[in-house]
Design a protein around this ligand. Structure first.
Ligand code: MG
Length: 305
């Protein structure tokens, strides 16, 4: 790109993303890149989804790009549990699935009250072992992202899967819930509503909730309005800043809701994650491409209390 990709709007951002930081394109040719997740295993590697081509790709410094899973069931968001096992949202199967170390698939969530989920979009694990995911309809309204079908659920909800494996709704008033992440103390949950993508009257914001001791959500408030575009994936860093995907790149917010700055990206960013050998690389899945940029922070380190 011409000019700096780092756009500070607060002096605190200048120390986070250097004015001379470079956006490096690691791969291109995807249909819709999503769901990046880092692993420190095997020398370090990134997995991400190419939803339109229903494939999961693996990138590493040593090996470059390889196919990780040739038939991904239109996988979208990915995360890892406390043991490092991969958990994926699949539009095709309409499941949230855990992959055991030996490759065995374990379905984490497929139904609520006997009816199929819409199309799980993104997922995060809390350090108490509960698994939280969003269930908008993107994977059942477009043949590019899954298999078109009618919704069987009364809404587009956010769910929590308990350690007892029971699936419970925790938020039922979203238009299209999307990316989600916990604060470092796991007492705040951030959830994107990307409803604006298909309805100009719908939200394009990220909401914050208090997480109560019983796992319910309370005190819903709008944390950030995102424009241009919509918020999709988001991540929290080690100092509780919230990094949110947007139409023009990534927007970084302080925990008090002040926007600190932006990273400009020449394609719409769908999701992001921290990783790399020292944790200071921000990986961005952006439409057709995978990018990386160096940042002076790392991903959240859960500090539950
Ligand atoms: Mg998403």
């Amino acid at each position: 790109m011409v000019g700096s990709i780092s756009v500070p709007e607060d002096r605190r951002f200048e120390a986070l993303v250097s004015p001379t930081a470079e956006l490096e394109r690691l791969h291109t040719g995807c249909g819709w890149a999503e769901g990046p997740v880092w692993s420190d295993a095997d020398g370090g590697f990134l997995l991400f989804s190419d939803i339109y081509n229903h494939v999961m790709l693996r990138w590493s410094e040593a090996g470059g790009i390889e196919v990780f899973r040739a038939d991904s069931n239109f996988s979208n968001g990915n995360t890892r549990d406390r043991e490092g096992r991969l958990i994926s949202c699949e539009h095709g199967s309409r499941h949230v699935v855990l992959t055991e170390a030996d490759g065995r698939r374990v379905v984490i969530a497929d139904r609520y009250q006997g009816r199929r989920l819409n199309s799980p979009n993104d997922v995060v694990v809390r350090s108490d072992g509960t698994i939280w995911f969003t269930d908008p309809t993107y994977g059942i309204i477009s043949p590019l992202e899954g298999y078109p079908a009618a919704s069987e659920q009364p809404g587009h909800w956010v769910y929590r899967v308990g350690t007892d494996r029971e699936v419970r709704p925790v938020a039922t008033d979203f238009v299209q819930p999307n990316g989600l992440a916990f604060s470092c103390d796991e007492r705040t949950l951030y959830v994107a509503d990307s409803g604006f993508s298909h309805d100009p009257t719908a939200p394009h914001h990220v909401r914050a909730f208090d997480v109560e001791d019983d796992g319910s959500l309370a005190r819903s408030r709008v944390f950030a309005d995102i424009a241009p575009g919509v918020p999709d994936g988001l991540r929290v860093d080690e100092d509780d800043r919230v990094w949110i995907s947007a139409g023009d790149g990534v927007h970084c917010y302080a925990p008090d809701g002040v926007r600190l700055g932006r990273i400009l990206v020449p394609e719409t960013v769908a999701n992001l994650c921290f990783g790399g050998a020292d944790g200071h690389t921000l990986f961005l899945t952006a439409t057709t491409s995978l990018y990386r940029v160096r940042v002076a922070t790392r991903g959240t380190v859960p500090r539950p209390h």
